[in-house]
Design a protein around this ligand. Structure first.
Ligand code: MG
Ligand code: MG
Length: 629
C-alpha cells in the first residue's frame, strides 16, 4: 500500500512542505493547486524538487465544478481540464482529483455526469493521464460515494476511477456496506481523514476541523474495514484541512501523518487478521500498569522548595543515587525523583525550561517492545550514558522535550531502585499522609500540539481517549482531554488553551514550553490526609466560601458534611452514587502544584470544580505582564 499526503495539510511554503513530507518518510505527495500557484517557480521545478526528495507526485487537486454543466460552461470546463492536464504533464503527475460539482448552474443527472466523465477520460487517456471522481459531502447533486461510484461505473472508461474520502463518507453517516462491492481496480485514490463529532455544516466542518485518523471521533476504523473488504491495495493519502495543522510545525504534522497511518493500518490488521501489504510487523500497543516515577530537573533552590512541600505531603527520602546528585522520595506507590545534576539530560532540560518535570517513567509489560513500536512510529529513542552497574532505561522523547521512560520487570526483576540507588533508612518524624498512588498527571501544551500528544499516547499505549471538554478559566477557555488505561492505572490529562491569559498558557510561558503542570496523588482517606497535611504545615489552596453554600444547595450532603469539606478546603463532586474529593497545594514558583484526591467509584476529574479551582489559583497567581500596545 503506497502512502501519501496532500500539501494542503501542512503550513509553510511548497519547498518547506515537500521537505517535511520527505522527512516523515512519505513516498507520495498530492499537490494542492494553491500551493503550486503561490510557488515562485515552474511545475518542472516542483517536479525536480520532489524527485530530489524521493517523492512521487501522485495526484494534482482539486478540479472543481466540472460535471453536468450546461453550455457554454461545459466547453469551458473541458478547456480548463486540458490546461490542468498540461500542468500535470509538466509535474509528472498522472492523476487529477475531480470533486463533485457544487455550482448552482450544474444540471445533475447521473448519465449526463457519466457522459462528461467518459469524454474527460478519453482526453486524459490520450495523454496517459487518469481522472478520479470524489463525492463532496456538500456536492450539489452528487454528495454520496454510492452516486459517485455509479457515475464512474457508467462512464465505463479505463482512465476514470473513483476517489473515496473517509470524511465525506462518514460525516453523512453513509452506509458503508455497498463500498465492499466496489471493484478495487476502479478505486484510484483513498483519502483518510478524521474529525471531532460536531454539529455544523459539512463545508466548515471539513475546512477547519479535519484531523488525522485516530485524532478525532469519526468511525474511520469501520471505513477502513469496509475498504479492506474490496482488496484495495492502492494509494492511501491524507487530505486534512485543519486550522491547528496550519498553525503547527510542518515537520511535526507530517510525522503525525505518517504515525497515524502506521497506527491505523496496524489496528486494521489486528482487528481483521488480514495482512496489510508493506506494513512492518510492529509490537502491539504497550500495556501500562502504572507510573513508576516522575522526575523533576531542579536547581538547588527549587529542589529545596519541592522537597519541603513533598515532606509536608508525607514523602520521605528513600534513596540516593549511587553516582549522581539525585534523590528518590517515596510514599505508598508514589516515587518522585529529584535531579540536581549539573550535567546530562536533566540539567540541559532545567537550563531550557527551568525547574520542572523532565521525565515520566511508565510501567509497561515489555519495555523493549514499547521502544521497538515507538521506532516504527517514527519516534527517536533516547540514550544517555549510564555508569557501570547502572540500569539503562529505554526512553523516547515526550512532551516539550521531556522523556517518557519505559520500565518493566524483565530488566530488573526486583525493581529498578535497588540497581541505581542506595536505600536510606526511614526518617524519624514526618509521618506519612496516606498517599498511596499516582492518580493523574496533567500536562499543559500549546493548542496546536494537542492532537500530536493525543496521537503520541494513543498510538504507543493501550489507552483510551475521552471527548474534549471545555473548562472555564478566568482568562479564557481551556480544552481538556484525558487519555487513560481501562483500569485507571494511567491517567493523563492534556490541557491546551488558545488564550494567552489562562493559567495553562501562563504556565507555558513561565516554563518556556509544554510540560507537566500538576500531579494528582490518590489517598483512600481524604479527611485523614488533609488533617496530616495541615499538621505538617502544608498550605492548601483556599476555596471561596460561596462554593460550599452552592454545594449545600445542589447536593443532599448534611450541614456537617459540608462543614467538614469547607474546613478542609476540599472540593467535591458526585456522579450517581460515586464521589470525588479534591484538594490542591499552593502553586510553586514554576507554576507547578500537587492535587490530592480520593475516588469513591468515581471515574471523572471533577470538571464541575475546575473553574472554581482555576479562579482560586488566579487570585493568588502573580499578575501577568501587561500586553504591550
Ligand atoms: Mg478529499
Ligand atoms: Mg486534576
Amino acid at each position: 500500500m503506497q502512502t501519501a499526503i496532500a500539501t494542503v495539510c501542512l503550513s509553510g511554503t511548497l519547498p518547506e512542505k515537500l521537505e517535511a513530507i520527505a522527512a516523515a518518510q512519505f513516498k507520495g505527495v498530492e499537490i494542492f493547486e494553491n500551493d503550486l500557484l503561490s510557488f515562485n517557480g515552474t511545475p518542472t521545478d516542483v517536479r525536480r524538487m520532489a524527485a530530489g526528495l524521493g517523492l512521487d507526485i501522485v495526484a494534482f487537486q482539486p478540479f472543481r465544478d466540472f460535471e453536468g454543466m450546461p453550455e457554454p460552461q461545459r466547453s469551458k470546463a473541458f478547456s480548463r481540464a486540458e490546461r490542468k492536464f498540461d500542468v500535470m504533464e509538466e509535474l509528472g503527475c498522472g492523476l487529477l482529483l475531480v470533486c463533485s460539482n457544487v455550482s448552482h448552474d450544474s444540471l445533475g443527472g447521473i448519465d449526463r455526469a457519466a457522459a462528461d466523465f467518459r469524454e474527460l477520460g478519453e482526453r486524459a487517456g490520450k495523454r496517459g493521464l487518469r481522472v478520479g471522481y470524489e463525492a463532496l459531502a456538500w456536492g450539489r447533486h452528487v454528495n454520496d460515494y454510492r452516486d459517485a461510484w455509479e457515475v464512474v461505473r457508467r462512464a465505463d472508461h479505463p482512465s476514470v476511477g473513483l476517489i473515496l474520502d473517509s470524511f465525506h463518507v462518514l460525516v453523512r453517516r453513509t452506509d458503508l456496506s455497498p463500498m465492499r462491492a466496489i471493484p478495487k481496480e476502479r478505486i484510484v485514490l483513498v483519502q483518510v481523514a478524521d474529525a471531532p463529532l460536531l454539529e455544523m455544516d459539512y463545508l466548515s466542518w471539513s475546512r477547519h476541523y479535519r484531523s488525522f485518523p485516530g485524532q478525532g471521533e469519526l468511525p474511520v476504523d469501520a471505513f477502513m474495514t469496509a475498504l479492506q473488504a474490496t482488496g484495495y491495495d492502492g494509494l492511501l493519502s491524507h487530505e486534512i484541512f485543519s486550522d491547528r495543522f496550519r498553525a503547527g510545525s510542518a515537520r511535526s504534522v507530517a510525522i503525525d501523518g505518517q504515525r497515524s497511518l502506521v497506527f491505523m493500518l496496524d489496528e486494521l490488521r489486528r482487528r481483521t487478521g488480514v495482512p496489510v501489504p508493506g506494513l512492518p510487523a510492529l509490537p502491539p500497543r504497550a500495556t501500562c500498569t502504572g507510573v513508576e516515577f516522575v522526575e523533576f530537573a531542579m536547581d538547588d533552590a527549587a529542589a529545596a522548595d519541592l522537597e519541603k512541600l513533598l515532606a509536608g505531603l508525607g514523602f520521605t527520602k528513600a534513596g540516593r543515587h549511587k553516582s549522581k546528585d539525585v534523590d528518590r522520595l517515596r510514599q505508598g506507590d508514589v516515587n518522585i525523583v529529584v535531579n540536581r545534576e549539573k550535567e546530562g539530560f536533566a540539567h540541559s532540560f532545567n537550563v531550557t525550561h527551568g525547574s520542572s518535570v523532565c521525565a515520566i517513567a511508565l510501567r509497561v509489560d515489555d519495555a523493549s517492545a514499547a521502544v521497538e513500536r515507538a521506532v516504527h512510529l517514527l519516534h527517536q529513542p533516547f540514550r544517555q550514558g549510564v555508569g557501570p552497574g547502572e540500569l539503562e532505561i529505554p526512553a523516547v522523547r515526550g512532551l516539550g522535550g521531556s522523556l517518557v521512560y519505559f520500565v518493566d520487570r524483565k530488566r530488573a526483576p526486583s525493581g529498578i531502585w535497588d540497581v541505581d540507588f542506595d536505600p536510606l533508612p526511614p526518617e524519624p518524624g514526618a509521618p506519612e499522609a496516606g498517599i498511596v498512588r499516582f492518580d493523574h498527571i496533567s500536562q499543559s501544551m500549546h493548542d496546536q500540539e494537542m492532537l500530536t500528544w493525543l496521537l503520541f499516547y494513543t498510538s504507543l499505549l493501550d489507552v483510551r481517549k475521552t471527548r474534549v471538554q471545555d473548562v472555564l478559566d478566568p482568562g479564557g477557555i481551556v480544552q481538556s482531554q484525558v487519555v487513560a488505561t481501562e483500569d485507571g492505572a494511567l491517567r493523563l490529562v492534556l490541557n491546551a488553551s488558545q488564550s494567552e491569559r489562562t493559567l495553562a498558557s501562563r504556565f507555558l510561558n513561565a516554563l518556556f514550553g509544554s510540560g507537566v503542570q500538576h500531579i494528582a496523588l490518590a489517598t483512600d482517606d481524604i479527611f485523614g490526609t488533609v488533617e496530616r497535611l495541615r499538621a505538617n504545615g502544608v498550605d492548601l489552596l483556599p476555596i471561596p466560601l460561596n462554593y460550599y453554600d452552592d454545594l449545600e444547595a445542589r447536593t443532599d450532603l448534611s450541614p456537617e458534611d459540608i462543614e467538614r469539606l469547607r474546613d478542609g478546603r476540599i472540593l467535591y463532586d458526585r456522579d450517581g452514587s460515586a464521589e470525588y474529593f479534591q484538594v490542591y497545594t499552593r502553586t510553586l514558583e514554576n507554576g507547578f502544584f500537587f492535587e490530592v484526591v480520593e475516588r469513591r467509584n468515581y471515574s471523572g476529574f471533577g470538571a464541575v470544580n475546575a473553574p472554581i479551582r482555576l479562579a482560586a489559583q488566579t487570585m493568588l497567581a502573580p499578575h501577568p505582564a501587561m500586553p504591550r500596545v
